[in-house]
Design a protein around this ligand. Sequence first.
Ligand code: AMP
Length: 187
Amino acid sequence: MDNSNSVPRRVAVYCASALGTHPAYRAEAEALGRAIATAGLSLVYGGANSGLMGAVADSALVGGAEVIGVLPAVLADREIAHAGLTRIELVGSMHERKARMVELADAFLVLPGGYGTLDELLEVVTWAQLKIHTKPCILINTQGYWNGLLQFLDSAVNEGFIKPRYRALLQVAANAEEAVSIAALTS
Ligand code: AMP
């Protein structure tokens, strides 16, 4: 699907399978679900019911949004699949999941998270660098959670490992509403 220069219809959200220690993280995930629903967008995410993943899905569903989960079958067997989604796609591996989410979505939004979220974020930005897609990648910097990563990326530019124009592929929003607005403007 070529979505360049079009209004986004579906946004993928990458985020933690945990809730994090501060209530602001869950509140941001819920605000993001609401903002997606209010903007008339669909949510594509990892399909689990835990942590910030469950929070963003629940909130989008309450707001009336279509929510598509893309879950490796091995994780569904461990009873972590969200039972109330509009649609769940079971895939064979984590690699298939990531490829399918990129295919389905018109923009990528990233809430706080750990290794899994970092993996998804860095892959989707790398794919933008390689022009495998041209869709916006937007970090939601709740409570400055991503400041350490952003500083590291700036140092990687200074050290000559990331070109400034590729550094700019990763946009930063202060909160969920701003991220949805940026996605709508730049998709
Ligand atoms: P993490 O940031 O390490 O919590 O990992 C979150 C990301 O990795 C999610 O966006 C999922 O794609 C994937 N992931 C990690 N743990 C799970 C889980 N228990 N169920 C489903 N997906 C998970």
